[in-house]
Ligand binder design. Structure first.
Ligand SMILES: [Zn+2]
Ligand SMILES: [Zn+2]
Length: 258
């Protein structure tokens, strides 16, 4: 209930702005999803129980120190790398679940900031992704939802995650893809069925703000989503982007299924 109230007033765009949010924090304080302590969505103590996700090659899903795909795992339309911050379990799982299903979208800004702080503090693992993210040739986009489903839910969490990621690098997230098929939920499907289920489900939009030289296709993309499970969705989106002229795609997810 509290989440509905907070979200109704704040929405994903913060209707009341900073002042309103300040008042709301007094009336309905932010609480840790793990223990209920006031102040943060994941408090210091509960943060200690989160597990960092080991980085993997997005093609073979085996360990890769920096998240780059292995030299031998070449694929014409495959991802160049994958950066995931935490394992999808415990408080991280509760937080992402609350964001997606209970409309706790106002927690996304803090979640992305924590994810960024975590990556910036671990340059050995994340330096390749971060230098790619901050490169002027990279634009940030997200995994789209089928329009009717997004309308029903009221938001696409991936859009909000990408927008907050954009604030970190001082660049606006852009909408490059749309989902044109209302696919079956992936949850009950096998890995192969998941890929099959998504075939033809996405197409590019390329509504890039026009530059003086006219419409321009971005060179490199960071594709944002909340969770990487089998990677079927990201792989399909990546394929569609690359077939349309994008050169490199890295995936970014807040969490990855261990
Ligand atoms: Zn806590
Ligand atoms: Zn590999």
């Amino acid at each position: 209930m509290l989440e509905k109230v907070r979200n109704g007033v704040l929405g994903t765009n913060g209707v009341l702005g900073r002042v309103g949010r300040g008042i709301l924090d007094v009336v309905f304080p932010v609480r840790c999803v793990g223990c209920g302590e006031e102040g943060h969505y994941i408090c210091r103590r509960c943060e200690g129980f989160t597990s960092e996700a080991a980085l993997i090659c997005p093609l073979c899903q085996q360990s890769s120190l920096t998240g780059e795909r292995h030299e031998n795992c070449r694929s014409l339309y495959g991802l160049e790398g994958l950066a995931s911050v935490w394992e999808y379990e415990g408080v991280v799982k509760s937080l992402l679940h609350n964001i997606k299903y209970n409309g706790m979208t106002h927690a996304i800004a803090e979640t992305v900031q924590s994810a960024y702080i975590s990556m910036a503090g671990d340059t050995m693992r994340f330096k390749t992704f971060l230098s790619y993210l901050f490169s002027k040739d990279t634009c940030i986009t997200y995994v789209p939802m089928f329009k009717r489903k997004e309308k029903f839910r009221g938001f696409n969490q991936a859009t909000v995650f990408a927008r907050e990621m954009g604030k970190v690098v001082k660049r606006e997230a852009v909408s490059l893809l749309e989902k044109i098929v209302d696919t079956k939920p992936q949850v009950d499907l096998t890995k192969e069925e998941r890929l099959q289920n998504l075939k033809g489900a996405f197409q590019v939009k390329f509504e890039i703000p026009a530059s003086p030289a006219g419409r321009r296709i971005p060179k490199n993309v960071v594709l944002v989503d909340d969770v990487w499970t089998t990677g079927a969705t990201m792989k399909e989106c990546c394929k569609v982007l690359k077939k349309s002229g994008i050169q490199q795609v890295w995936g970014f997810t807040v969490a990855r299924t261990p």
